[in-house]
Write a protein that binds this ligand. Structure first.
Ligand SMILES: [Zn+2]
Length: 244
């Protein structure tokens, strides 16, 4: 049982690779499961049933509490090379579900975002729109490590985001098309309770690879001491607008 929904609370100290701290969510080279004929889920259809995705070798950890099917990944942290630019699908989901630190898995206190991404959000959607992120939060003592080890934060600066509320609102994943028996490129699909300005996809047709959190009523800071915590958690989300 390796399901991200499992309510374990133990803290996992980060590993190191060549003397560098490796965040909990970082993928390792031995964990890669390529998507091919053997590992892709198939559409199951039949008279009177809405089509849905299923793995040939599916186990209980492959599906979350919403029934969404998740991309499979091996679990071998510390084996092979640390792939700093890659995120492990199950570990990302696990810490995002709990509001745990993406580096050490302790209770987190800070949301961080690359400065260009935050600015693009302000320019395109405005300050009142929810900010959607796949980057799990960090605890205060790991904020420095995150700034140094995350390629997205290291390049162009970052901000600390202080939302009033947050919730897991969507998954990112490829969506199967029953008409063509093929997958779309990955996109956001809202979870139950979240609403969108566009048409919602059927969650039974999604192969999820990241859990997406919405931050609501956000103020941005450069000083982490100005941020009082993650904000109030909404779970399950109710009538939350997910921009597309
Ligand atoms: Zn931490």
């Amino acid at each position: 049982m390796t399901g991200a929904d499992r309510p374990a609370r133990a803290i996992t100290p980060p590993r190191t690779y060549k003397g560098v701290t490796v965040p909990y969510i970082t993928a390792w080279s031995q964990e890669d499961v390529p998507l091919d004929e053997d590992t892709l889920p198939r559409l199951r259809t039949g008279p009177g049933i809405a089509p849905y995705l299923v793995y040939a070798n599916e186990n209980s950890a492959d599906r979350d509490r919403h029934g969404v099917l998740w991309r499979q990944a091996a679990w071998a942290p510390g084996e092979g090379r640390a792939l700093f630019a890659r995120v492990h699908v199950t570990r990302q989901r696990r810490v995002m579900l709990r509001g745990a630190c993406q580096i050490c898995t302790a209770p987190a206190a800070l949301w961080m975002a690359a400065a260009p991404g935050w600015q693009a959000h302000l320019d395109q959607r405005g300050p009142d729109a929810p900010f959607l992120t796949e980057d799990p939060p960090v605890c205060r003592s790991c904020a420095v490590i995150a700034a140094e080890s995350c390629p997205r934060l290291r390049g162009d600066g970052f901000v600390f985001l202080a939302p009033r509320r947050w919730a897991n609102v969507a998954v990112r994943g490829q969506v199967a098309d029953p008409a063509t028996d093929s997958f779309s490129p990955a996109r956001l699909v809202p979870l139950p309770g979240a609403v969108t300005t566009g048409g919602a996809s059927d969650l039974r047709l999604v192969l999820a690879e990241a859990l997406v959190t919405g931050l609501f009523e956000v103020t941005a800071h450069t000083d982490p001491d100005r941020v009082g915590g993650l904000g109030e958690r909404l779970d399950p989300p109710h009538r939350i607008q997910v921009p597309r």
